[in-house]
Design a protein around this ligand. Structure first.
Ligand SMILES: NCc1[nH]cc(CCC(=O)O)c1CC(=O)O
Ligand SMILES: [Zn+2]
Ligand SMILES: [Zn+2]
Length: 379
């Protein structure tokens, strides 16, 4: 680092809490500067790489604005989707212990909860229903589209309270089935794909009719995108509903905090026969191709930071459509735990992770950091 860029780096710091290069350079600044000065005076006539114009990169990013220009996509508030957990207990407002700072809430609380966030620029939420009543779950996930159930009622409520808020309904059965799997089962415990697709597509249409601007099936049953699209057409609402497919949704251990929050842990087995294996890049590409062919409007990749190559594949395969990434509960909890342990600064890491997701190709990010980003992006 030359003397002048060292000084520049000390002068221009765009993010006050940043703990990376700027503060490293800060250590023992005076002695570094004086050493640099005396070096500069003795080495005055040395052959310099400055003679070679192609070696000069620093000039292109010495100013904070010039650094921002280096990114193809910069994080903006409209890229963010905030996940909400809605229970069937109307007055509830409970902290979710597995997700620091996140809350599970009932219908009587959600409108007031969202007001300050909307004032700060929140544009979109994705709703997850959390039935708490012990009788709420059965083998078919009947409660998913119960007209009085939490998601259906919340869609109607928010459509009225905040007509300009973009409402997304996650579509799945696992929060509502007694066995906790994402569909209807055969007797041997495996997914009955035909029955599941039929049921999931009915639920999706019900959510759209209740007011969802976007339905996002996360169940991973084969053929659900086509079935949902066809039923939306049949219902006469396909022209005003976005179909966002969780196309490349991987199984693994990053959904644990979400399953705690939503009470959607499978009561036996796991989801490895319908969510993708973590190493399955080719399979993810096939799923993305398939869902585009079946009528998806947006492709989602999930989780995000462990799957940046998949996000980049999705952008290449679906170059004419938006790509979304779900920065999931386990990624969020991991960042919180590490920041708490002093590994890094929370805000700096939240930005670095999200910027990585955008750089890979996403232009929509589902993030539990959304409320914080609304503050951080204020200036
Ligand atoms: N199908 C349910 C669903 N929808 C979104 C998530 C994960 C979200 C998160 O971890 O933040 C899950 C969990 C799962 O598949 O087990
Ligand atoms: Zn789901
Ligand atoms: Zn599910």
């Amino acid at each position: 680092m030359s003397f002048s860029t060292l000084v520049n780096d000390l002068t221009y710091r765009d993010r006050p809490t940043s703990t990376n290069t700027a503060s490293t350079a800060h250590t023992d600044t005076r002695s570094q500067i004086s050493r640099a000065r005396s070096y500069a005076s003795t080495a005055a006539t040395s052959v310099s790489i400055a003679g070679d114009i192609s070696s000069q990169l620093h000039g292109g990013y010495s100013h904070p604005l010039a650094r921002a220009w280096q990114a193809e996509r910069q994080l903006t508030k409209s890229m963010l989707i905030y996940p909400l957990f809605i229970t069937d207990n109307p007055d509830e407002m409970e902290a979710i212990s597995s997700l620091p700072g996140q809350k599970r809430m009932g219908l009587n609380r959600v409108v007031e909860f969202l007001r300050p966030l909307i004032q700060k620029g929140l544009k979109s939420v994705i709703l997850f229903g959390v039935p708490l009543a012990p009788t709420a779950k059965d083998a078919l996930g009947t409660a998913a589209d119960d007209p009085q159930g939490p998601v259906m009622a919340c869609l109607r409520l928010l459509r009225r309270a905040y007509p300009r808020l973009f409402l997304i309904a996650d579509v799945c059965l696992c929060e509502y089935t007694s066995h906790g799997h994402c569909g209807i089962l055969h007797e041997d415990g495996s997914l009955n794909n035909n029955l599941s697709v039929d049921r999931v597509s009915d639920v999706a249409v019900a959510y759209a009719e209740a007011g969802a601007h976007c339905v996002a099936p996360s169940d991973m049953n084969d053929g659900r995108i086509r079935a949902i699209k066809l039923k939306l057409i049949e219902a006469g609402i396909a022209h005003k509903v976005v179909l966002m497919s969780y196309s490349a949704k991987f199984s693994g251990c990053l959904y644990g905090p979400f399953r705690d929050a939503a009470g959607s842990c499978p009561s036996f087995g796991d989801r490895r026969c319908y969510q993708l294996p973590p190493g399955g890049r080719g399979l993810a590409r096939r799923a993305i191709h398939r869902d585009i062919g079946e009528g998806a409007d947006i492709i989602m990749v999930k989780p995000a930071t462990q799957y940046l190559d998949i996000i980049s594949d999705a952008k290449e395969i679906g170059k004419d459509m938006p790509v979304a990434a779900y920065h999931v509960s386990g990624e969020y909890a991991m960042i919180h735990a590490a920041a708490k342990a002093g590994v890094f600064d929370l805000k700096t890491m939240a930005f670095e992770a999200t910027e990585g997701i955008l750089r890979a190709g996403a232009s929509i990010v589902v993030s539990y950091f959304t409320p914080e980003f609304l503050d951080w992006l204020e200036t």
